[in-house]
Design a protein around this ligand. Structure first.
Ligand code: ADP
Ligand code: ZN
Length: 609
């Protein structure tokens, strides 16, 4: 999370009030000119040649000013007029005959004062625009130099390989993320090998996770491992008040990156440009779309370039991104960068205490245990704060447990509102809840989606999650599969009731999901004996009585499945306890660990993986 602070400044910048005064004066001037000009033109009447001749014949014309074929003149009653005359010498005779004063001017020579002012203001306009552009640019804090000529230049910072110290060793924990990114490193190092083998080459990688969990660090580590140049930019750097600038910057950035390819472009906060199109709030919205389109165009153009440019982008809002960004060939790889679990927290602490002198008695595992919900950045900060605290004592040379305690308490006070710090009781309930989901799923012999991983690390609003794999599209789903799904949904609540004998609100979304599945079974798929095979697709088509019957039937099926889940858990209470307590300890468990712990034979579809 590096560039939050900058955003606000980027439109009109430090020069604020002074610029405003300039702008106001300039606009008043323009306005004045404009009104004068229309004023001036309004009073001039246009005649055609014959009208003009008539006026002359009738002695109405006082004087004329002839410049080439253009004539500007004044009638005796003061009316100003203009006309175009034929290029014939007889004109002079006619004018002379009727006593019209006339003057002949060089075709370009008859500018009035207003013409001159107008010309000046025309000349000034680009100057003024240039001035504003330069202001806007300077305020963005980009590299120095060139006014209008560098507006469209990317603001990315370039790091050459020799300056990148990070490698995968600098990133503690995050094993899954590193595993996925190894491919990318390999590709950057040996692009020919990939192409020769016809392997699918990575182009765009989306790093998804809350701030401070090491997305930037991971991206830099990839550059460090592959020993290639690294361009770093924030999504918000592309967005300017002027439409087209963002797109130009994207173009420039990719052009630069291609020059030094193989290289990596890292775009932090991609959501600033990548929000789905048509969702803009107020201004800057066309600009954002153009920028996004340019980004897509550049990524599609990778096909043709011999040396790879990899784009890595970070966000904590993958849900708001434009679907077009996630299509194959664009950001088609998603790497989750979650809050670190217990083991990862310990490893992150280990990385950061290398820089300080620490009392050998400090048990990092214990500190890790006391910091659930801390991000990698929080942990780095914790070590720093502890060292600071230690340095305040005059005679202390090592950082002790007490310093860590102090630092943690200080941070927690500041964090309280941001992170839900769970009590032991909360954590235990969450562990049982998630274990309930997982266990029911494992014990049912049915072909429901296989378990992937469970976690009790809080994420956003949720206290814990059970992940299933794969979330594949299934075209047919049997009644048994749907019921298994429902039972597993209800297993969380059942476990809580069984163990703590109390009901919490934590199961709301589970109930919602279970109810939704059952409603589909009853209403759309004719899977209920009582209501038969009729389809009840919309409210109007059936009576109040039928509606009640549907609700009763849904309730009955839910109750039945809840009881079934409960029975399964009672019969396997030992497994439930074992799983919950281990989960409480480890915070995250993968399917393989769970199978091993419980001595359950992995299902066929798991073994295939
Ligand atoms: P993000 O980009 O996700 O907001 P950063 O990569 O900027 O997070 O992380 C901020 C800092 O937190 C890093 O510079 C590093 O000091 C520390 N950090 C975060 N995750 C880890 C990790 N897995 N291992 C070691 N340090 C980490
Ligand atoms: Zn649940």
């Amino acid at each position: 999370m590096k560039s939050f602070k900058k955003k606000a400044k980027q439109t009109f910048g430090q020069g604020g009030p002074k610029n405003l005064i300039f702008a106001v004066i300039f606009f008043i001037l323009c306005l004045g000119l404009l009104t004068k000009l229309t004023d001036y033109t309004r009073k001039i009447v246009s005649y055609n040649y014959s009208e003009f001749l008539q006026k002359v014949e009738k002695d109405e014309v006082k004087k004329v000013n002839i410049s080439g074929q253009d004539v500007y003149g004044e009638l005796k009653d003061g009316t100003k007029f203009e006309t175009v005359i034929a290029d014939i010498p007889q004109n002079w005779d006619i004018l002379k005959a009727h006593n019209v004063e006339f003057a002949v001017a060089n075709p370009t020579g008859n500018f009035s004062l207003w013409h001159i002012l107008l010309l000046i203001s025309f000349l000034m306009t680009p100057l003024a625009i240039w001035y504003f552009l330069r202001q806007a640019k300077n305020s963005g804090g980009g590299s120095g130099g060139g006014g209008i000529f560098s507006m469209g230049k990317s603001r990315a910072k370039l790091f050459m390989p020799s300056t990148i110290k990070e490698t995968f060793n600098s990133v503690a924990g995050a094993a899954e993320a590193k595993e996925e990114l190894k491919d990318v490193v390999d590709f950057l190092k040996h692009p020919d090998k990939f192409k020769r083998l016809g392997a699918k080459v990575p182009r765009g990688i989306l790093l998804v996770g809350e701030p401070g969990n090491g997305k930037t660090l991971l991206a830099r580590a990839v550059a460090g491992e592959a020993n290639c140049p690294f361009f770093s930019v924030s999504g918000s750097d592309f967005i300017e008040v002027f439409v087209g600038i963002g797109a130009a910057r994207v173009r420039d950035l990719f052009a630069q990156a291609r020059k030094v390819a193989p290289s990596i472009i890292f775009i932090d906060e991609i959501d600033a440009v990548g929000r789905h199109r048509g969702s803009g709030l107020g201004g800057g919205h066309d600009e954002r779309e153009q920028t996004l389109n340019q980004l897509l165009t550049e990524m599609d153009g990778f096909e043709t370039s011999p040396d790879p440019v990899i784009v890595m982008a970070a966000t904590n809002r993958a849900d708001v991104l434009d679907k077009a960004l996630l299509r194959p060939g664009r950001f088609d790889r998603k790497v989750e960068v979650p809050y670190p679990d217990l083991t990862s927290r310990e490893q992150i602490l280990m990385v950061h205490v290398k820089n300080i002198k620490i009392d050998p008695s400090v048990d990092l595992k214990k500190i890790a245990r006391g910091t659930p919900g801390f991000s990698g950045a929080d942990l780095a900060n914790l070590v720093n704060e502890a060292a600071l605290h230690a340095s305040k004592a005059a005679d202390q040379h090592l950082v002790t447990v007490e310093d860590f305690e102090e630092a943690r308490d200080k941070m927690l006070l500041g964090k309280e509102s941001k992170t839900k710090l769970l009590t032991e009781e909360d954590k235990k309930e969450t562990a049982y809840h998630e274990a309930g989901h997982a266990l029911v799923r494992l014990l049912l012999p049915l072909n429901s989606d296989p378990l992937f991983k469970i976690s009790i690390i809080p994420r956003g609003m949720a206290l814990g999650v059970t992940h299933y794999l794969p979330e594949r599209e299934k075209y047919t789903t049997t009644k048994e599969e749907m019921l298994a799904e429902v039972q597993s949904c209800l297993g969380g609540r059942a476990a809580e009731e069984l163990v703590f004998n109390k009901l919490t609100t934590g199961a709301y979304s589970d109930f919602k999901k279970a109810t939704e599945i059952v409603r589909r079974m009853v209403c759309f798929y004719g899977m209920s004996e009582r209501l038969g095979t009729a389809i009840y697709s919309s409210e109007e088509k059936y009576s109040q009585r039928t509606a009640e019957k549907i609700d009763e039937e849904i309730q009955r099926i839910l109750d039945e499945q809840y009881k079934a889940a409960m029975k399964l858990l009672i019969d396997n209470r030992d497994k439930l306890d074992k799983l919950s307590l281990t989960l409480l300890e480890k915070e995250t468990m993968f399917a393989a660990e769970i199978y091993e712990l419980l001595g359950i034979e992995p299902r066929a579809d798991f073994k295939l993986k």
